[in-house]
Design a protein around this ligand. Structure first.
Ligand SMILES: Cc1cc2nc3c(=O)[nH]c(=O)nc-3n(C[C@H](O)[C@H](O)[C@H](O)COP(=O)(O)OP(=O)(O)OC[C@H]3O[C@@H](n4cnc5c(N)ncnc54)[C@H](O)[C@@H]3O)c2cc1C
Length: 465
């Protein structure tokens, strides 16, 4: 192990949770209770759903049941990119419900970024929130071709220069000094957030609205009108499953959403000289166009956090050892940081952690409510959950309260994806997929043609991505 990794904190939920300070533990479920709405999972899906329901109808008795603490899951561990990219592909939503419906989803995702930022300001948890926009940078000819194609498709869907535009190599360089950057694109529809401060702040806002959050309370099964937990039973006419990557922890749901690992590392605080060398004074969120995608974030206190899917999936969906991260994933992220910013190659990393996000078999998020059973769910945002949770929650509010709106017509409402394959196919598939993507990226770095690697295209076809 080199000197730069010797004092690396590994796991302990996430850097963000340590930095924000763990919230004071809340009481567990005291035994059997009744409620109007029981929400299982205290991440952003559960918290936003409670927030909007409580504000729409303050007379509702709403409870949240959370296995650890509110913000323990992906919501307190993510990359802090509050972007407007919908989970799933435009062509899939368009094929199912028409191009106008798919376009409406994109438009509502733009709104969701604005709304998520506005509520944070209104409710007093906007520390670390900044609407800085997002740059996707291309460092190979095929990546550049994909960036241009993305902008072309967005324009074809009717979005203008105010929503997305292409960047030349020199325009990227004006914003951030990325090694071998050939160009990319920019969009204003993205905010930078400190994930733990944001989620903890929302949890407090939810409590102010009259909702009770029970922590250290594990749901074991959900049935119409009944949540069974290790602390007692909750009877409620409306039950919301808001577990995303943890969905398989419930009885009967082992193959519904694949718990995909995403891992992150964060540097120590950088010196002024180190920060000058990378430019990046606008603090935009920064992504690449690689198949084995990495997401990068310059924090408000002058660190760089980078994340990606080093070990994307553990056999039999085994996961969440409190965020502990495999050495292999740390080394991949360290190498990627050095590729993007060679001057930071030897910088010390302070913390590494991992989390799980939920991936549906068709890679498209879904929001569901069945009035006949009272069962609702939302999730499968595939790495776009920060604003997706907000939109899903407002959609659930309208569905649950029986108030039809344009949200209840969005193409992710009522969407059902088939289950994932049995093991060992699931493990072989996910592991081989990301090995193929890494191989394809390496081939593309050497390519001058601009053509996406055949290996990556095959992997996309097989995985359904
Ligand atoms: C490392 C990482 C980086 C990411 N980066 C980004 C990003 O930059 N931008 C973006 O938009 N998205 C990102 N995502 C995805 C995003 O964080 C998630 O999609 C989103 O937070 C999901 O919120 P959720 O409330 O549905 O799930 P979670 O936040 O995972 O919440 C689920 C909650 O349920 C609890 N729970 C689990 N089992 C039980 C049980 N049996 N009973 C009761 N409670 C239970 C968990 O403790 C957890 O608190 C990232 C995810 C990860 C892991």
């Amino acid at each position: 192990m080199d000197t730069a990794t010797q004092s690396l904190v590994n796991g302990d939920v996430s850097f963000w949770v340590q930095d924000a300070g763990r919230p004071t533990p809340r009481p567990s479920l005291p035994g059997d209770i009744h409620a109007d709405v029981a929400i299982v999972g205290g991440g952003l899906t559960g918290l936003w759903t409670a927030y909007y329901l409580a504000h729409a109808d303050p007379s509702l008795k709403i409870v949240i049941l959370e296995r650890e603490f509110a913000g323990y899951g992906a919501s307190g561990r993510n990359g802090g990119w509050m972007s407007a990219e919908p989970a799933g592909q435009f062509r899939r939503y368009a094929a199912a419900r028409g191009a106008d419906a798919a376009r409406a989803l994109q438009s509502r995702m733009f709104d969701a970024v604005r709304e998520s930022v506005e509520v944070a300001h209104r409710e007093g948890f906007a520390e670390g929130v900044a609407k800085t926009g997002l740059i996707h940078v291309a460092t190979s000819a095929p990546q550049l071709a994909r960036a241009r194609e993305h902008v072309r498709q967005m324009k074809q869907q009717g979005w203008g220069e105010d929503d997305v535009f292409e960047l030349s190599a020199s325009e990227v360089a004006e914003r951030v000094t990325v090694d071998r950057a050939l160009g990319g694109y920019w969009t204003p529809h993205c905010a930078r957030v400190h994930p733990a401060k944001y989620t903890f702040g929302l949890a407090r806002a939810v409590e102010r609205a009259g909702v009770t959050i029970y922590e250290k309370t594990t749901a074991t099964s959900i049935a119409p009108q009944l949540v069974q937990t290790d602390r007692g039973r909750v009877r409620a006419p409306i039950i919301v499953r808001a577990l995303e990557g943890y969905t398989l922890s419930l009885d009967g749901m082992p193959r519904k959403l694949l718990p995909m690992n995403s891992s992150m590392v964060i540097t120590e605080r950088l010196s002024d000289e180190q920060l000058d060398a990378v430019g990046w004074s606008g603090g935009e969120l920064l992504g690449d166009m690689a198949h084995s995608f990495t997401y990068t974030h310059k924090t408000a206190d002058g660190r760089i956090a980078i994340g990606g899917r080093g070990v994307p999936y553990n056999f039999a969906s085994g996961f969440d050892r409190n965020g502990r991260t495999a050495e292999f994933a740390v080394e991949l992220l360290r190498a990627r940081l050095g590729e993007l910013f060679p001057t930071l190659r030897d910088v010390a990393l302070e913390h590494t952690w991992s989390g799980v996000l939920g991936v549906p078999r068709d890679w498209c998020a879904a929001v569901n409510f069945d009035r006949s059973t009272g069962l609702a769910s939302a999730g499968g945002y595939v790495g776009h959950g920060l604003s997706g949770t907000n939109l899903a929650a407002r959609t659930l509010r309208d569905l649950i309260l029986g108030e039809p709106s344009d949200l209840s017509e969005l193409p992710w409402v009522g969407r059902q994806s088939r289950n994932w394959e049995f093991e060992p196919l699931r493990w072989i598939g996910a592991t081989a997929l990301y090995a193929a993507y890494r191989y394809a990226d390496q081939r593309e770095y050497a390519s001058r043609s601009g053509k996406t690697s055949l290996v990556a295209r095959l992997a996309d076809t097989i995985s359904g991505r």
